[in-house]
Design a protein around this ligand. Structure first.
Ligand code: NDP
Length: 326
């Protein structure tokens, strides 16, 4: 089996030399175990802060994959089936079956299995629970989302439309902005080229925003918070603008708008909704099949290109979900 390990803790932006590709021998299968082969692997922003907090140099990079069961000595899993596993950056691995999620046998042939890592997987569920449960979005409201053309953001915008809201998205390239308009965002702009973020936010919604789904944090958030309507709700989902900082950014100082606009701001982690995972996945799958939620994947070919796909995603090179196809 091939595995990618964290060779050196990242200093600032991750570099290819921070990773090491190793070969390991897998032991023979014991009763209750399965041999799995990764077919699609996910590269996600959380891997950057997680590696800093919870990994040692030499550890296998964490992550999720869609894997095919090559051989099974576990009666609950048949060879040939596909599962979503949380086994890190590994080409092959042995599992005892715990924590594996079988892809439903009804998974439509027309849909790529990689969607179980994106729109119908963890990022889609993040959008679903963040918007419906944390923001408590209601029909007729205005929703703002940043990193809007990414895995989570693109679903947030489309769910807001399904929920009868106006949605404003921002992203880091004109192509991404064009994509957002194509998939139904009411307003979209390129945050890298606007002369003033403040003015762009006012122009996109002169009355302000009821819900802000924040994927970015930092300076963007400190500006956006002043555009919230009274009793607005902010779902603090991610802070990708800060993950690569060696020195913590100053601020934002949120107290004044929080008080005078009587805002509610709540951080959340998608896995806290694991007990409702099935409900969320069912709804997302239905909307995808009905064409109400469209998806795009940025597919990098080759297990050996995992670090490049990860670094590219952090740099904003992905439209939709960043996936590696083995
Ligand atoms: P994306 O597919 O959105 O990829 C990351 C995107 O972030 C890039 O494409 C880039 O798009 C944008 N970006 C990178 N650097 C910056 C920056 N400095 N300022 C603004 N935008 C930047 O990733 P995901 O959809 O998987 O994740 C989005 C966010 O959601 C992340 O912060 C992630 O950590 C968080 N998250 C949180 C979860 C939770 O449970 N709380 C679960 C899943 C994700 P652009 O070109 O637009 O700059």
């Amino acid at each position: 089996a091939k595995v990618w390990v964290l060779k050196k803790h990242f200093q600032g932006f991750p570099k290819p030399s921070d990773f090491d590709l190793k070969k390991i021998e897998l032991p023979s299968l014991q009763d209750g175990e399965l041999l799995l082969e990764s077919v699609f692997l996910s590269v996600d922003p959380y891997m950057r802060p997680y590696s800093q907090r919870d990994m040692k140099e030499g550890d296998v990079m964490i992550g999720t994959q869609v894997a095919r069961i090559v051989e099974s000595k576990n009666p609950a899993f048949a060879a040939g089936a596909f599962v979503v596993a949380n086994s890190g950056w590994r080409s092959h691995f042995i599992s005892d079956g715990k924590g594996l999620h079988l892809l439903p046998s009804s998974w439509p042939e027309s849909l790529p299995k990689s969607l179980a890592l994106g729109t119908v997987g963890m990022p889609g569920l993040t959008a679903y629970f963040g918007l419906f449960e944390v923001c408590k979005m209601k029909p007729g409201e205005t929703v703002l989302v940043n990193a809007a053309a990414g895995a989570v953001g693109s679903v947030v915008g489309q769910l807001a439309k399904i929920g009868g809201c106006k949605v404003v998205g921002c992203a880091g390239s004109d192509d991404k902005v064009a994509y957002l308009k194509k998939i139904g965002f009411d307003e979209a702009f390129n945050y890298k080229t606007v002369t003033s973020l403040d003015e762009a936010l006012s122009k996109a919604s002169p009355d302000g925003y009821d819900c802000f789904f924040d994927n970015v944090g930092g300076e963007f958030s400190s500006i956006a918070i002043n555009h919230m309507k009274k009793h607005g709700r902010i779902a603090v989902c991610g802070a990708i603008s800060q993950y690569n900082d060696s020195v913590p950014q100053k601020g934002p100082y949120v107290q004044i708008p929080m008080i005078f606009k009587e805002l509610r701001m709540e951080g959340f982690i998608v896995t806290s909704w694991n007990n409702r995972r099935e409900e969320g996945q069912k709804a997302l799958l239905k909307w995808v099949l009905e064409g109400k939620v469209k998806f795009h994947e940025q597919v990098t070919e080759g297990f050996e290109n995992m670090p490049a796909a990860f670094i590219g995603m952090l740099r904003g090179e992905n439209l939709g979900k960043a996936i590696v196809k083995v």
